[in-house]
Design a protein around this ligand. Structure first.
Ligand code: LIP
Length: 278
């Protein structure tokens, strides 16, 4: 039977390649930085240009589809997930890395229908690694199949997370306390590469065993969620419940055992949702 979304996925890969080229070219020039919600929430002209490129190219081909794009939402567009075919786009995941030319910068796109993720593409464009996953068809990096490490023992694991300044001191302390309770298990280490989508692909390809994060967005997670699942990994809510794309939090891991042990160690703190006014 024909796969109705395969053509969309092929178009997505092509436009993502173009976007990656635009990002690499921008890295050769001066980067002018603007602040969004806080002094550590950055945006550049390139984030906006890349999102426009992606959305206009997809909209031209699929005019009835819906979009949730990081920069469009920042400019006031709604971020409500409906049953429509929906493209969830982060034009530059790892804007801070981009600004510093720290080499983990990705374009992340997830495609949902009836709120289910059908495929995900993450292009780590400085490394030139194109991660792709179609539901039920496996996960790939540059066309080569990838899978999670399969590690089940948390004390043998390398864990990824992201940390940054939080204006609320209680939240800042909760974030640091979570890191302390994981480091003291002990695990082999914690790393923070700076792009949520790349982090998910690192777990999907077995370079790390888990990634957890409270406070990210659906556009950081949608592409990587497809890749993690198809690489044989697990993805769940920070509490150990089912993953919710709009919840702004997740645990991904190489095995259910590790994900559940992390869920027991992590104390959730409030982070709002993507589909409500916060
Ligand atoms: C970023 C993430 C990064 C995280 C930031 C932010 P952006 O996405 O991928 O890992 O620490 O909170 O969400 O803003 O560069 O697209």
């Amino acid at each position: 039977m024909d796969d109705p979304w395969m053509e969309c996925m092929d178009h997505c890969i092509a436009v993502t390649q173009e976007a990656g080229k635009m990002i690499r070219e921008a890295l050769q020039k001066d980067i002018s930085i603007k602040q969004k919600s806080s002094p550590v929430d950055l945006v550049t002209e390139t984030d906006q240009k890349v999102e426009n490129l992606i959305i206009s190219s997809i909209r031209e081909k699929y005019p009835t589809h819906s979009f949730i794009g990081e920069e469009s939402v920042a400019a006031g567009a709604p971020s409500i997930l409906t049953d429509d075919p929906t493209w969830i786009i982060d034009p530059i995941d790892g804007t801070t890395n981009f600004v510093h030319r720290f080499p983990f910068v990705s374009v992340s796109i997830g495609f949902t229908v009836n709120k289910e993720i059908e495929f995900g593409i993450v292009y780590s464009c400085i490394e030139d690694k194109m991660y792709t996953a179609r539901k039920g068809k496996g996960a790939f990096c540059n066309g080569v199949p990838i899978k999670v490490s399969g590690q089940k023992d948390i004390s043998q694991s390398l864990v990824l997370t992201e940390m940054g300044f939080k204006p609320d001191p209680k939240i800042f302390r909760a974030m640091m306390a979570n890191m302390e309770s994981i480091l003291t298990i002990p695990v082999h280490g914690i790393r923070a590469p700076g792009s949520a989508a790349v982090n998910m692909c690192l777990v999907a390809s077995g370079a790390a065993d888990a990634y957890y994060h409270i406070g990210i967005h659906c556009w950081d997670m949608a592409g990587g969620a497809a890749i993690i699942r198809e690489a044989g990994g697990v993805i769940m809510d920070i509490t150990g419940g089912p993953f919710d794309l709009m919840s702004r939090r997740l645990i991904t891991a190489s095995s259910e055992d590790i994900a559940k042990q992390l869920a027991q160690k992590i104390q959730p703190f409030p982070c709002g949702r993507d589909d409500t006014e916060n």
